[in-house]
Design a binder for this molecule. Structure first.
Ligand SMILES: [Zn+2]
Length: 323
């Protein structure tokens, strides 16, 4: 997609969300300051991009392609968000989703839908094969982006970047649930953690061609920031028993994967308190193991026309180690 087109589409979305943002956001999180730093020093070799990747021949597309839909909300308050999101065709602007569309031999089509949910969130409905992004989430994300901009003294454009980065992470997280279900992938341990890892890997691998490695990392750091936004710091039995890790744990898990892409470039994260030294020591290995595991799970399901990815994965598995 053209960068100009996306920028104008996103600006339109920003204007709209600015008008609609009324949801309150949580208290200022103490880590917001440090999480906003950009990994400007990250070496491009650490973020493997899809530049030069083979484009699959349309004739070979035997896998069902994704479908996209924008459900009309009942709530009048959400109507403007719906109209704008539909008009800019937001779901088709997510580079990672576009990159993996048709890549896997899914037994059925996967539908991406924006809808009114009655609460902020996103879901994968296995019965319908649908990934749902709630209009309410867009509203809350925008409010959170505004708060972050105000607290950190950032530019106006940071709000939209925040919304867009998080929409990408959230949709990819749900897509991870969908892939686990549709491809019947084995996952031991907490699936919520596994699909957070997949979302991070996909964002590192399939970011927009116009995005620099530093911007890719910054997108992930904004997703980590969002994890903290749900946290009050005061947990109940329900939080401990939840299928999701605590917001702080999801934050540090994601920070560890970011750090693990290039510990040298991100050495400052430890000093800044973004990651503890003890956890940081194992992050390169953690990132490597997670990448190897997801590759092994997904490569057998590549659709015809994507053999190049299989070869690339085989090379990575050969060259990296599980140690
Ligand atoms: Zn989930």
């Amino acid at each position: 997609m053209s960068n100009v087109w996306r920028t104008s589409a996103l600006l339109a979305l920003a204007t709209l969300l600015a008008a609609c943002a009324s949801a309150s956001v949580g208290p200022r999180d103490p880590l917001a300051q440090v999480t906003s730093q950009t990994g400007a020093g990250v070496a491009s070799r650490t973020v493997v991009r899809m530049r030069g990747a083979q484009s699959p021949a349309a004739a070979l597309r035997r896998a069902p392609m994704f479908e996209f839909a924008y459900a009309v909300p009942d709530s009048a308050a959400l109507q403007p968000i719906y109209t704008r999101v539909r008009d800019i065709d937001l779901l088709r602007q997510l580079p990672e989703v576009q990159a993996i569309d048709g890549m896997f031999a899914l037994p059925r089509s996967l539908r991406f839908v924006t809808a009114e949910c009655g609460e902020s969130g996103a879901f994968y409905h296995s019965a319908d094969g649908e990934v749902i992004l709630c209009y309410e989430t867009l509203r809350v994300l925008y409010a959170r982006g505004q708060e972050r901009q105000r607290v950190l003294g950032l530019g106006e454009e940071s709000i939209l970047r925040y919304v867009y980065a998080n929409v990408r992470f959230i949709v990819l997280h749900e897509t991870g649930h969908a892939l686990v279900h549709l491809l019947d992938l084995p996952v031991t341990g907490r699936q919520e953690d596994a699909v957070d890892q997949l979302a991070a890997i996909l964002m590192l691998r399939f970011a927009g061609l116009d995005e620099t490695p530093a911007e890719v990392i910054d997108n992930l750091r904004m997703a980590a920031n969002w994890m903290l936004s749900h946290s009050t710091g005061a947990y109940s039995l329900e939080s401990y028993a939840d299928e999701h890790a605590l917001g702080e744990q999801r934050f540090f898990n994601l920070q560890c994967l970011i750090y693990g892409t290039d510990p040298e470039a991100f050495a400052g994260m430890v000093d800044a308190g973004d990651l503890t030294a003890a956890r940081a020591r194992g992050c390169a290995r953690e990132m490597r193991l997670v990448s190897r595991a997801w590759l092994r799970l997904l490569v057998p399901h590549l659709a015809p026309g994507y053999e190049t990815y299989g070869e690339e994965a085989a090379l990575y598995l050969q060259q990296s180690t599980g140690d």
